[in-house]
Ligand binder design. Structure first.
Ligand SMILES: [Zn+2]
Length: 334
């Protein structure tokens, strides 16, 4: 008599859900949600990053933040917000959206410091902001998150290895394979070899699909110094405040060209103050208050300014002294 056939069905593992709300196929406004529930359990969710949009075509547009209509309709409230690094397009919307969640926020020290400053400016409590060091791991609900250090233009940037049930996802955050990053160490290939295999890589870095490679921050620093050395009169260099490696390069170049440094723009002042408090920028030159710039000979002045992405000249009539003819302007984008 033939034996009854035994059917072995592969065990169906509960799915990991991924809901990108910004930063996919666009620059800025990064916010991704991951959801997972063990068998019989309701899905728990985490949010990765909470950034604002940076629109180069709308220079005077108001702040744009991710739209939460879909998660709100689905009743999704993340149990934790996890930050990969302190750039505005990864943390800039947190002070607006986080109050809807009220969950713990996990960030490396610099990003945590910047978030605290932003929350304080908006009168929000900073108690939810918790510090995690690059290289460490944490658990929240069914998720385990390992913060893997990567090179980027701001220190303490991390990729996240997200594990939930049997799923393993590498959420890269922003990264750059830079042999001379100015701040922090180059990416360790061994760290990333050791986490293989993963089920999914969620890659997220500006222009990463474009072929070729971009220049090292070290090369940018050299080019900036050459450009500044050729300038006459006062010099204004504009860049993103959160591009800390670039800010450091400009400060060093100014010193080597015999110029005193002043900062303009609230976010630039906040970034440099928080970074200095954490021991970054120890070799950044002393700062001159912008109100004192008028007392210095023009050829000894360099201003690092935010409020422009380096794509257009700021309105020079706003600068101290107002004598527009005596200012040089150098965009520091690369
Ligand atoms: Zn970034």
């Amino acid at each position: 008599m033939p034996k009854p056939r035994v059917q072995i069905r592969p065990r169906r593992r509960p799915p990991l859900r991924f809901l990108p709300l910004g930063g996919c196929g666009e620059i800025g406004m990064n916010l991704s949600l991951y959801g997972y529930g063990d068998e019989g359990q309701e899905d728990a969710w985490i949010a990765v990053d909470c950034g604002m949009m940076i629109r180069q075509d709308l220079p005077d547009s108001p702040l744009q933040v991710p739209n939460l209509a879909t998660p709100e309709t689905l009743g999704i409230v993340p149990r934790a917000l996890v930050i990969t690094h302190g750039h505005e397009d990864h943390i800039g919307a947190a002070a607006w959206l986080w109050p809807k969640w009220g969950c713990p926020i996990h960030a490396t020290p610099l990003a945590a410091g910047l978030l605290r400053a932003k929350f304080a400016e908006r009168g929000l409590s900073t108690d939810a902001i918790q510090v995690i060091e690059p290289g460490e791991a944490m658990e929240t609900g069914p998720f385990t998150l390992r913060f893997l250090p990567v090179t980027h233009s701001i220190p303490e940037s991390c990729s996240l290895l997200i594990t939930a049930g049997e799923h393993r996802v590498l959420h890269t955050g922003d990264w750059k394979l830079d042999p001379e990053p100015l701040l922090g160490a180059p990416i360790s290939p061994a760290t990333f070899r050791a986490i293989a295999p993963v089920d999914l890589v969620v890659g997220d870095s500006t222009n990463a699909p474009m072929p070729g490679d971009s220049r090292s921050e070290g090369e940018v620093a050299e080019a900036l110094e050459h450009a500044i050395a050729r300038c006459e009169g006062r010099v204004v260099v504009s860049c993103f405040a959160s591009n800390l490696a670039r800010v450091l390069a400009i400060g060093r170049a100014a010193e080597r060209c015999g110029r005193r440094v002043s900062l303009m723009g609230r976010s630039m002042e906040r970034m440099v103050a928080v970074a200095r408090g954490l021991g970054y920028l120890d070799d950044f030159p002393p700062l001159v208050p912008s109100s004192d710039l008028g007392y210095l000979p023009p050829e000894e002045v360099l201003v690092i300014a935010t409020g422009s992405q380096g794509s257009r000249a700021p309105r020079c009539s706003d600068w101290p002294g107002g004598d527009t003819a005596r200012w040089s302007w150098a965009p520091a984008t690369a």
